[in-house]
Design a protein around this ligand. Structure first.
Ligand code: DOR
Ligand code: ZN
Ligand code: ZN
Length: 378
């Protein structure tokens, strides 16, 4: 490995703005940022004239699959996509097969990933059956506990296991990441529709309406406010203005995805299963409202929710059997840079949403910023 590298003649995006100069990296750490003449000599020099150096981006919401889902994606192909898309750190979701829901499964995943990843990978986990394991999972590096409210019945919200997860995460300062759709209502509507033999797209969308998202988010907010008073809750892929306002009113964190910002229901009607994701794509009015909120700092993070599947799994006749999810690791940054070029958002704001904020929320030390002493993720 080259021990020292100089990146020269770059425009470097610092917290304070763009700075023309160079970055000296030693053993993977940023040792010095300064004018060319002030930098120590290095074994390797990279001339970055005409280029902007951004902090390596962080994607807080990625489904890297692998394990029994390696036919969709694995740690190698997924992290190659991340690297191609400008992400030097990704946080992997736990709904794999088998799921990341115990110390043992987490250790297995970490071991498996070690030999295959080409960018930094951190792991979200599901609440373990035995809450005693939470502390150990956090010691092993878990970045959040993910709660799929879309899979909870109302009865599940009373479980002591769930309450214990909330309590311990708050104590350990680990965020809860939340899929906020109302599982109880989804199930009721789905059962009714299936009884009538309904398997079309419009029926599917009835079970995943805006109202059902808002309802799930309200249930999550009520539970969190009742059980813990200082917890960090991060709501994934918020797709409606009303959901966003509810979350912000209560002081919690909002993530939006590029597909909910830039694609709409019209695309879903055209591309059918290929554009099916959960929560589903909404109207143009919703997408534009989310974008305005993003630009005005009411959104904390943009994450891809990269969720690849096999083409056959996306194009089924029966919409209850279509695998929801859209891949986004390679398209997120280009789409957002286009918005920068169009003058709709500043580069600084983009880096805040894709690097500074995720590093702060998920406690990723020495990441998310170009600064002396930080990791050389560029
Ligand atoms: O669209 C989605 N796809 N939403 C989820 O919550 C899960 C994800 C996946 O794993 O494919
Ligand atoms: Zn989700
Ligand atoms: Zn997801």
């Amino acid at each position: 490995m080259t021990e020292t590298i100089n990146i020269l003649n770059a425009k470097i995006l610092l917290k304070e703005g763009l700075f023309e100069g160079g970055i000296h990296i030693c053993l993977g750490k940023i040792k010095k940022i300064g004018r060319k003449t002030n930098l120590p000599k290095a074994e390797k020099n990279i001339n970055a004239k005409g280029l902007i150096a951004l902090p390596g981006l962080i994607d807080s919401h990625v489904h890297l699959r692998d394990l029994n889902f390696s036919y969709k994606e694995d740690f190698y192909t997924g992290t190659c996509a991340a690297s191609a898309g400008g992400f030097t750190t990704v946080l992997d979701m736990p709904n794999t097969s088998p799921p990341t829901d115990s110390v043992e499964k987490l250790k297995e995943k970490i071991e498996l990933a070690k030999g295959k990843i080409i960018v930094n990978v951190g792991f979200h986990a599901l609440p373990p059956k035995n809450p005693e394991e939470i502390d150990e999972m956090v010691k092993l590096g878990v970045k959040s506990f993910k709660l799929y409210f879309n899979l909870f019945k109302d009865e599940d919200l009373k479980s002591s296991m769930l309450k214990e997860t909330l309590r311990r995460s708050a104590l350990l300062n680990i965020p809860l990441t939340i899929h906020g759709e109302d599982g109880e209502k989804i199930n009721k509507i789905k059962t009714l529709l299936l009884k009538k033999g309904k398997t079309d797209l419009f029926s599917f969308l009835k079970a995943h309406s805006k109202e059902i998202e808002v309802s799930g988010i309200k249930k999550a907010l009520n539970l969190i406010k009742k059980e813990i008073n200082n917890g960090k809750a991060y709501f994934c892929h918020v797709s409606t203005l009303k959901s966003l306002n509810e979350i912000k009113k209560n002081g919690f964190l909002v993530e939006v995805t590029p597909h909910h910002l830039f694609l709409t229901k019209e695309k879903l009607l055209k591309l059918r299963g290929l554009a099916l994701t959960l929560p589903p794509l909404r109207s143009r009015v919703e997408a534009e409202a989310l974008w305005r909120k993003t630009v005005k700092s009411f959104v904390d993070v943009i994450a891809s929710d990269h969720a690849p599947h096999k083409i056959e799994e996306k194009l089924r006749e029966n919409y209850w059997e279509v695998s929801p999810g859209i891949p986004g690791l390679e398209t997120t940054l280009p789409l957002l840079l286009t918005k920068v070029n169009q003058g709709e958002i500043s580069l600084q704001k983009l880096v805040e949403l894709l690097a500074y904020n995720p590093s702060r929320i998920f406690n990723l030390k020495f990441k998310g910023e170009l600064r002396e002493g930080f990791d050389g993720d560029i």
